[in-house]
Every structure is written in C-alpha cells, then in structure tokens.
Design a protein around this ligand. Sequence first.
Ligand SMILES: Nc1ncnc2c1ncn2[C@@H]1O[C@H](COP(=O)(O)OP(=O)(O)OP(=O)(O)O)[C@@H](O)[C@H]1O
Ligand SMILES: [Mg+2]
Length: 258
Amino acid sequence: MPDHTAVRPLGLSFDRVSHGYDIGKTVLPVLEDVTLDIQPGEFVALLGPSGCGKSTLLRLAAGLEVPVRGRVSGDGTPITAPGPDRILVFQDATLFPWRTVRGNVEAGPEARGELAAKRARVDEALALVGLETFGEAFPHQLSGGMAQRAAIARALVNDPRLLLLDEPLGKLDSLTRLNLQKDLVRLWQARGFTAILVTHDVEEALLLADRVILFSPRPARIVQEVRVDSPHPRRRDDPALIAMRSALLANLGVLEDV
Ligand SMILES: Nc1ncnc2c1ncn2[C@@H]1O[C@H](COP(=O)(O)OP(=O)(O)OP(=O)(O)O)[C@@H](O)[C@H]1O
Ligand SMILES: [Mg+2]
C-alpha cells in the first residue's frame, strides 16, 4: 500500500457529554455524562443495547449534532459542524442510485471543487476496496458487500482523519462480513485514520478494535472498557479474546450456555 496515502489521524475527546432529543413536551435523555478520550490512530469499538445512544454518539463526533451538555472536540478544538476530515459510514450503503460507483466515490471531491486534483485518488480508493473493475457499474448491479465497500471507498477518498462506522457490516452474510472485517483492519493499518466502529457483534469488536467500550441501556453511560492488545491478524480462538468476550457478554446481560 503506498504510504503517501497515510493521513494525520484525529484525536477525539468527549468531555462529560450528555445529550437528549426533544420529543413533544419532554426531552428524551440519550447520553449521560460520557467522558471518553480516543487517541489519534486508535481503533475503538462501541457496544451496547439497541437504542442506547451509539449512533447518537457517532453523530456528535461527526458534528451532525451538538451536545446539550459537555464538549466534543477533535485535537482539542470543539466539533460543532460536519467536516470532510470526519466521515460517517452508515449501515445501509446509502449510495446515490443514479450515479455509477465511480460517480459515488467522486461525490465528495466534486462537491468541494477538488475533483480535477483528486482523479488519481478516486482510482486508488476503488482499488483499495477491490472495486477497480466496477467503477462504471450502478449501485443496483452490486451485491450488498460490494455496495458497502463502495460506501467505504466514497468515505476514504476524502482522506478522513476520523472514520465513523455505524454497523457497516450489520446486514451482510457471515462470509462477506469476515472478509470485510479483514479489509477494514487492512485499510486502517494502511491509512492510519482514527476509527470508531459501532457493532452489535462482540466478537467483531474484539477482532478489530484496540479498545472496546460497552454502554448501558439508554441513557448511555460507559459501563465497561476492555483493552485488546493482541496483534493483528487476530484469531477468534485466542484464549485472551474468548475471556474478554465472556466478560462483555455477561455485562450485556447475555448468559452463555457453552
Ligand atoms: N432525531 C431524533 N429525535 C428523537 N429521538 C431520537 C432521534 N434520534 C435518535 N432518537 C432516540 O434516541 C435513542 C438512541 O438512539 P440511537 O440511534 O443513538 O441508538 P443506537 O444505540 O444507535 O441504537 P441501535 O443499536 O438500535 O442502532 C433512541 O431511543 C431513539 O429513539
Ligand atoms: Mg444505531
């Protein structure tokens, strides 16, 4: 992987962040006093019950929302608006159906008037995710896994310093999922961005991340942090990972019968 594509990763801080949504006459509390420091280049996975506030936390990091209390900052500067250095990839690939794969990847640079300068980078992003021969295909001609890889290429072409992944592999079959997990680690190692991955899959979190954060039911508070030191590539039968998996599942309220 050419090294010139490496980025300067963003350090991210949540400082006593609480957030909620106005629903009619009341405010629904969603995050409660979350303090979390993520180092530049770190890969962090977020786990927690459905509806607890994980996507909300990513939206705050992306600058799509501003917290009701506390502060979210990137390299010490408050995050108050979206920016091309912080990119969110959703569970559904959300590609523009009327554009080709290449057209989708070009969308960000084009919107910033940088397309002429970035053409080589578009090719490189397609190659990074193994879609170099599908540039002229339309989204409806792709498999679910290919669409998700196209969405990741569309994010990577902007050289994000922070990549926010909201269950990007959630809807894929298990084989495609295993391959894309390996791809994500490879891309993260090659490009050096900071990564935050929301997942419901404890094993996926432990296979990919440097640190796994477990949240309570809504309003989300941090209930457990696990540091994963095993080098990549990791093995799912690594006894250290199996022990961490049991501890996380117990805290999620899942009892193992094996
Ligand atoms: N724009 C909004 N307006 C009102 N309530 C919202 C809004 N967005 C999210 N919520 C509520 O905030 C809570 C947290 O939502 P969020 O999407 O952050 O959860 P999540 O942890 O990502 O859940 P899941 O695992 O199911 O994706 C939910 O109760 C949801 O209904
Ligand atoms: Mg969510």
